[in-house]
Design a protein around this ligand. Structure first.
Ligand code: URP
Ligand code: ZN
Ligand code: ZN
Length: 493
C-alpha cells in the first residue's frame, strides 16, 4: 500500500505567511507531509507552474434561503416554502469551479417561529451538497424562548455565530433587540455578524423617492447612501462595546464605514470587517443599465460610486477589512422566484436584494488584487481562507496548508486570462453581475479533503458528501473583560 493517497508535486505552495516550492502528501483527506520531494503516492498531481493555495472559505453565502419576503420586496405572511434557486448542490458546483471548498451560510428565523425546526431543516438541506459547511444563525425575533432556550441549543449543535440585520423588512432588529442578541452571544461564546444600515432612514428616503416617481433600480442606491451604513456601523460597534461582545461587520461598501471599524480596532475592540468583490468591481451606475438589467446589481449595501473602490482597497491593505466573502445570493434575474418576482417593472423597493458571486469571488480578488499588484499572494490567502477560518472558529482544520489540516486545496494558474461568463460560474442562476470582466489568474483544480472535485473546469463530486463543521469555543470571540464602570450586566456562563 502506498504511503500517501495523493501527492501534489512541484507547485508553489502559498501558506498565507510565505511561499515555498514543495510537495504535499495527503492521507485520509488530511495533509500529512510537506516536503521537498514526496514519492510513494497512489495518485500524483503535477502542479509545476501552478500556485497551490488553501481552498477558499466563503464565510458569507445565502443558500436555499427564502425566495420571498426577506431581502426586499413586499412582506410575506406565510412560512418560507419557496427558496432561492441556488441549491446546496448547485452552489457546491459553483464553489468548486471557483476554488472554494467550505462555506458558512445561514439558518433563517421566520418571525413567529423558534430557531430549532429551521436549524434541522437547513442541516438536512446542506447535507445534500458537496461543500463542507457551517452556519450563522439569523435572529429576527429575540424572544425570551429564543434567547434562553434556542440559542444555547444552537450553540450546543456546533454553531458559533449569530447574524443580525439592522435593516430589511421584516428582519431588522431595533437597538433593544440587538442588545439582547449581543448579550446572549456573550453568554454563550458566539460571534455576532451584523448587517449595518439604518432601517428608519432607508424607509423614509424610499417613501420620498417613490412619491417623487423615482422607482427605477438605480434609485436603490439613492435610498441607502453611505451615511446610513456609516451610522449603523457606528451604532453596531458602540453597542457591542457596551456589552463587550466581539462582532464582525458584514459587507462593508465604503470608506466611511471602514473608518468606523478602523477607529474601533485602534481602541482595541474586537471588531472585524468584511467586504465583497461587488464593492471593488461594480458601481452604482450598473443599476442604471437599460430595462430590467439594472436589477441584477441590486444588493445591500448598494454598489457605490467608483471613488469608493480605492477606499475599499486601502481598508483591505491596512487590515481593517480582513475577509473578502461573496455574499452570494441565489436570485436569477428573470425568474418568478428571482429578481423579477414582482414583475420586470417592479419599483426598486420590490426587487430582492442580493447577487451571485460564489464562483467569481476568488478570481475577481486574485485578478484585481494580486495580478494588479494591490495585494500580495499571502494577503490573498489570508483574506479568502486563513482569516475566515480563524474568525469562524474553523482553524486549524480549515483555511491553511499545514500538517494535520484538511487537504482542501486549489491549484491556480496565475497567468491564465479568462473573460467571466455566466456559463463559467456553473451556478443555477441565469446571470452573473460580473459578465464580461477579464481576469488574470484562474483556479484550474480544486481538492476537497484530498479528493479532486474540479479539474480544468469540470466538477465531479457526489451530492451528499459535504460535511458539517461543528464549532466549539474559540479565542477570537472571547470578551475582552473591559466594561463601563467594570459592571458586567451579562456575565458569561
Ligand atoms: O443584498 C444583499 N446583500 N442580500 C443578501 C442579504 C444580506 O444583506 O446579506
Ligand atoms: Zn446583509
Ligand atoms: Zn448577506
Amino acid at each position: 500500500m502506498a504511503t500517501y493517497d495523493l501527492a501534489i508535486r512541484g507547485g508553489e505552495v502559498a501558506t498565507g505567511f510565505g511561499t515555498a516550492r514543495c510537495d504535499i502528501g495527503v492521507r485520509e483527506g488530511r495533509i500529512v507531509a510537506l516536503a521537498e520531494r514526496i514519492t510513494d503516492a497512489a495518485t500524483e498531481i503535477d502542479a509545476s507552474g501552478l500556485l497551490v493555495l488553501p481552498g477558499g472559505i466563503d464565510s458569507h453565502c445565502h443558500i436555499e434561503e427564502p425566495a420571498r419576503g426577506s431581502y426586499g420586496g413586499p412582506a410575506v405572511a406565510e412560512p418560507p416554502v419557496t427558496v432561492q434557486e441556488e441549491s446546496f448542490t448547485s452552489a457546491s458546483i459553483a464553489a468548486f469551479a471557483g476554488g472554494t471548498t467550505s462555506v458558512v451560510c445561514f439558518v433563517p428565523q421566520w418571525r413567529g417561529e423558534g430557531l430549532l425546526p429551521r436549524l434541522a431543516d437547513y442541516r438536512q438541506r446542506a447535507a445534500r451538497g458537496m461543500l463542507d459547511y457551517s452556519f450563522h444563525q439569523i435572529i429576527t425575533e429575540p424572544t425570551d424562548a429564543v434567547l434562553e432556550h434556542d440559542i444555547p441549543a444552537v450553540v450546543a449543535a456546533g454553531i458559533r455565530s449569530l447574524k443580525v440585520f439592522l435593516t430589511y423588512e421584516p428582519l431588522h432588529l431595533n437597538d433593544a433587540q440587538y442588545i439582547k442578541v449581543l448579550t446572549a452571544a456573550r453568554r454563550h461564546g458566539c460571534l455576532v455578524t451584523v448587517h449595518c444600515e439604518n432601517y428608519d432612514a432607508i424607509g423614509w428616503r424610499t417613501e420620498a423617492l417613490l412619491k417623487a416617481g423615482l422607482t427605477a433600480p438605480k434609485y436603490h442606491a439613492w435610498a441607502r447612501p453611505t451615511v446610513v451604513e456609516r451610522e449603523a456601523t457606528h451604532r453596531a460597534i458602540a453597542l457591542a462595546e457596551l456589552i463587550d461582545q466581539p462582532i464582525q461587520i458584514f459587507h462593508v461598501s465604503c470608506g466611511e464605514a471602514a473608518e468606523e471599524i478602523a477607529r474601533a480596532q485602534a481602541r482595541g475592540l474586537k471588531v472585524w470587517g468584511e467586504t465583497c468583490p461587488q464593492y471593488f468591481t461594480l458601481t452604482d451606475a450598473d443599476m442604471d443599465r437599460p430595462g430590467f438589467a439594472g436589477a441584477g446589481f441590486i444588493c445591500s449595501p448598494a454598489p457605490r460610486g467608483p471613488e469608493e473602490h480605492a477606499n475599499i482597497w486601502a481598508a483591505i491593505k491596512r487590515g481593517t477589512l480582513d475577509i473578502v466573502s461573496s455574499d452570494h445570493c441565489g436570485f436569477s434575474l428573470y425568474t418568478e422566484t428571482g429578481k423579477a418576482q414582482n414583475g420586470r417593472d417592479a419599483c426598486f423597493r420590490d426587487i430582492p436584494n442580493g447577487i451571485p458571486g460564489l464562483a467569481a469571488r476568488l478570481p475577481l480578488l486574485f485578478s484585481e488584487g494580486v495580478s494588479k499588484g494591490r495585494i500580495t499572494l499571502d494577503e490573498f490567502v489570508r483574506l479568502t481562507a486563513t482569516n475566515p477560518a480563524r474568525l469562524m472558529g474553523l482553524a486549524p482544520r480549515k483555511g491553511m496548508i499545514a500538517v494535520g489540516a484538511d487537504a482542501d486545496l486549489a491549484l491556480w494558474d496565475p497567468a491564465k486570462k479568462v473573460t467571466i461568463t455566466n456559463a463559467l460560474m456553473q451556478h443555477a442562476i441565469d446571470y452573473t453581475p460580473y459578465e464580461g470582466i477579464e481576469v488574470t489568474g484562474w483556479p484550474v483544480a480544486t481538492i476537497r479533503r484530498g479528493e479532486v472535485v474540479m479539474r480544468d473546469g469540470k466538477v465531479q463530486a457526489e451530492p451528499g458528501t459535504g460535511r458539517f463543521l461543528p464549532r466549539g469555543p474559540y479565542d477570537m470571540v472571547r470578551p475582552r473583560g473591559v466594561l463601563p464602570y467594570g459592571f458586567d450586566a451579562a456575565p458569561p456562563l
